[in-house]
Design a protein around this ligand. Sequence first.
Ligand code: HEC
Ligand code: HEC
Length: 321
Amino acid sequence: MSLKMKTSKRRRSAWIVGGSLGVLFLFLQLFRPQLCNPPVVAEIAVPSRVRDILRKSCYDCHSNETKLAWFDQLAPASWLVAHDVREGRRYLNFSELGELPAAKQQGILFEAINQIELGAMPLRAYRWSHPDKMVSADDLATLKDYLISTSPQPIAGAAERNATLDQWMAWSHSNARPEVSPAPNGIPFFSDYKTWTAISTTDRWDNQTMRVVLGNAIAVDAIRQRTTNPWPDGAAFAKVAWAQDSDGSGNVQAGEFKQIEFMVKGAAKYADTNGWGWARWLGAELTPYGENAQFTGECIRCHTPVKSRDFVFTIPLETSR
Ligand code: HEC
Ligand code: HEC
């Protein structure tokens, strides 16, 4: 066979392939995913400057007002888009939050802003295909400023400060092992956590809490050995949160005990929940958090942006070996 014949044959087969793909493409368009916009129940109650940002960057997947670009409506992309919208609405629907108590709406907004800051939202493929819908630095500042304005720092009076100081002293000196019920997923309370090592402190910028992250001996050893990704089985973290009490002149002290939460590593034991056991107890009474074992979904979703660090946010300080 001459070279010429070979190329023309190849060209012909390229056309056949191209033509078949074209036909397939048209055929695929017959399968339109079911995607409709149900009525808006109660939109999140925020000022319009905040809503406009959410509308621009989030509403396509997190509201009942999805607006698809023409290229979003072509199969097979349309199937992925429909899937994202369905999943997105399932987890967070700005068209249905408006009737929740204000504090709850603010909590959801806090989580939303966290996801933006961590680069997890909007979804990467969406940012890439819809560059006009990115959250700009100015947008982010607007969202944060609004959220901060909704929870001004309360001023605690002397009596209040003394009461929380007493609570704090009792907490830090008590060695009693309270009988605490296990979390709904069966994880027992770690009553020895006060002997763990402080690894980091953070403050949540929107709701005035102080938090300390503690690690158990296995976690601290892993930090020393630099074997933290993945963390070894048995490594555990506690995150303890207190309110902040401010006296109005810049002095802040730990206030009321809010909650304590734990993550304990067990690659096989907790394989169903991404290799970690998750648990949280609320208030001085240490009431287990969550109605049933499904509460861990909430923890995992928020920790997923740091999946590449084995789901742990805290970056340990460098220590000498
Ligand atoms: C292209 C679709 C899409 C866009 C646009 C989008 N998201 Fe999402 N979002 C999803 C999907 C899908 C999920 C659920 C699965 C996951 O986390 O990947 C999700 C989950 C979330 C969650 C987790 C909810 C939970 O209960 O844990 C938050 C918070 C969130 N998105 C915030 C935002 C914010 C804020 C924006 C806009 C800045 C945004 N998303 C834009 C698709 C989207
Ligand atoms: C709104 C998002 C969000 C949710 C929901 C969430 N976390 Fe976290 N978690 C964080 C962030 C952010 C940190 C990093 C420390 C900080 O900023 O306070 C963290 C840190 C932790 C730590 C310390 C180890 C680390 O990763 O740094 C533990 C333990 C923890 N979380 C447990 C839980 C448990 C248990 C749940 C569910 C009951 C949960 N978290 C739900 C955002 C979240």
